[in-house]
Design a protein around this ligand. Sequence first.
Ligand code: SF4
Length: 373
Amino acid sequence: MKTCWRDIAAAENSYAALRAACSLHGILLYPVRAPSADITCYSLNSVTARKYENEIRGAECITIAGGPYSSACYREVSLYADYVVVGEGEHSLPALLHHIMEPEKTPIPPGVATSEAFIPPDSNVFLDAYPPFREVKGYIECSRGCPFHCGYCQTPSLFGGSMRHRSIDSIVEYANRVRDARFVTPNAFAYGSDGRSPRFEKIRKLLSNIESNIYFGTFPSEVRPEFICREALDIVRDHCMNTKLHFGAQSGSDRVLKQLHRGHSVSEVVSAVELCHEYGITPVVDFILGLPGEDEEDQLKSLDLIRWISKYGLIHVHQFLPLPGTALSGALPRPIISEVQKVLGKLALRRKVTGSWCDHEIRFFTTPSNDIT
Ligand code: SF4
């Protein structure tokens, strides 16, 4: 049987991870631009799910859907896809493919839903058991999972509320095969830790063993603002090539941050920006506007913070999108007031602000070269 992977730009990380996992079982995933024989796999998020639902529904081959949207809405997705992989797919996708190929020999594995039944996942992926993203994406996934539970984020429900890390030996092995080592993690400065209390000695040990150019805490990974301290920035200065650090502020209102369970304050964001500036590092800071419970005053506080950060760094702004499987899944976005839109427009023209605050499918000046170092 030929197994295909539907080429969807937003799902490249999933393709990279699952292609590597399937290849360990002797199964090749062929990228395709339309559903193809015999089996086609999809990874869907909340934006792409709408676009591909009819294609999956009308496909003549066997279809398998996974990804954050399918995991959170597996009942709904199983009405149009033959199988739904819920959560991490490294173990369950190859096992499901073996079941489809020889149903009499292997049962449907845990972590797979159909329109008739769902067997919940029974384990988390041990990162060292699989190659990182390197072969397809050039990035190395060093950690997964997050102990914070920000109300808008799917990471904890998809990957779990504890951080898991690829071992230093495994990361070093793959990093030393490439010229530029870049990492995928929800918080690079939490490497080796429980995700809440940094273990900087482990990060130093990791990075001092890598001979390639190291980009850490910048595209495609990020860090949390309260982890940005002198010790962390000394590590970046001593070991890394990046001139930028990427982190989330999300709001300029402490009241909203508390409602979101972000676990940090506005003053910690300010300190992080000031420290980056002192070290000659450009902060690239994420904001979400239109958050539920955010009033006009909160939006203006965010705008003040954005204006201030724009003197020292760059800002990514996104409109709130309720995601299934999160605490805010049923909440509606608040309108973004005209004064905020006007200032963001001006800052976007100066290339200080990028992102999508009017429409989730329209992004302003999303130029990777702006973010990548
Ligand atoms: S936004 Fe970041 S810190 Fe918050 S839950 Fe998601 S991954 Fe964790």
